[in-house]
Design a protein around this ligand. Sequence first.
Ligand code: SDX
Length: 392
Amino acid sequence: GEGLFTYDPGFVATAACESGITYIDGAAGVLLHRGYPIEQLADNSNYVELSYLLMFGELPTAEQYRDFAGTVGRHTMVHEQIVNFYKGFRRDAHPMAILCGVVGGLAAFYHDNLDITDAEQRHVSAIRLIAKMPTLAAMCHKYNIGQPFMYPRNDLSYAENFLHMMFGNPCESYEVNPIMAKAMDRIFMLHADHEQNASTSTVRLTGSTGANPFACISAGIAALWGPAHGGANEAVLAMLDEIGDDSEENIQRFIDKAKDKNDPFKLMGFGHRVYRNFDPRAKVMKETCDEVLRELGIADDPQLKIAKRLEQIALEDEYFIERKLYPNVDFYSGIILKAIGIPTNMFTVIFAMARTVGWISHWNEMISNGYRIGRPRQLYTGHTKRDYPSSH
Ligand code: SDX
């Protein structure tokens, strides 16, 4: 009868789909996109090329790349009416709260292109989302600080354009620092996809109902916001701030808190469901962090010192060794973002921007390959049948 189900809370051992996009070997610390190692992509590719690879399965030829980058460039503007949507929020609204709303709201502007059975319409939606995310993200920040929204500049690269919309203003010309643009692009690449993580699984589950892609990505953004997932990059900086100094005793105090099962505190940016080894992205991120701070002439960043010491002490601690807890992608990214001048409340927004291509690639793969509505069962633990009391 009912109740004979596989019970796997947290989906630790359940594959929910087949996918040809991203491969992870958690024990070995390997991450491949369409077969290519993340380290090689981080060194040699760029975010737009990687987006093409994730979406279509192969690296683009020079001509395909030009076409794709051009198409993404032509879709960066958002409807002017969206400005009113932003203005309905409190000035101090968290940018992730704004982003959940405005991305879902985009569907309202594309009623004629939401037929998910039409591959061409799915493609246009994917391009719109990838192209408009930097614009929408930067608008969140500009709204927070009370500056005018900046229009995108399509002569700039994806990362340069984002920095222009974040830090430029209409009164003076803004020179994008190439070191910062390169670091930004690398951060986008390192966040682009990670198979069936919580937010991608959310996008797939939402998509399995036939919901439109803007609704699906908005659901993904909501799932990403939590501190156990994409919200961790913001939480890492808050934690480093709270730790305050890199003295041995001080850091040990926080390590002890993280080990204490009666204390909800966890080392943010540490641990991963799949990696029982270094997150390969964290390695690249750490190197990038060192490079960027050096090139920007920021010697001895106090938070970087705390982060490195914390990592070192944790990796030598029995608790973390036994549980195979290593730094994840979020551990070092915040320090780079801060050096670039990105405010802390934008960190998870940047993760969402970068992950949009992963989400939409998974969504499109699912819709193209055939799917059923996602509908888990449960082990019922409530009352057995009982009669409504006649005396009630
Ligand atoms: C991302 O899934 C993805 O791919 C996600 C992601 C992506 O690209 O999409 O990689 C992005 O979300 C990175 C993760 C960011 N989150 C954090 O940094 C928050 C801190 N980390 C943890 O909350 C935790 O490690 C998770 C949520 C990442 C993983 O949770 P799991 O797989 O359910 O692991 P668990 O909680 O069962 O941990 C196993 C043991 C437990 O101890 P015991 O009960 O066995 O004694 O390790 C302990 C946990 O308490 N543990 C930690 C810890 N992480 C796990 N203890 C202290 N500090 C930590 N950070």
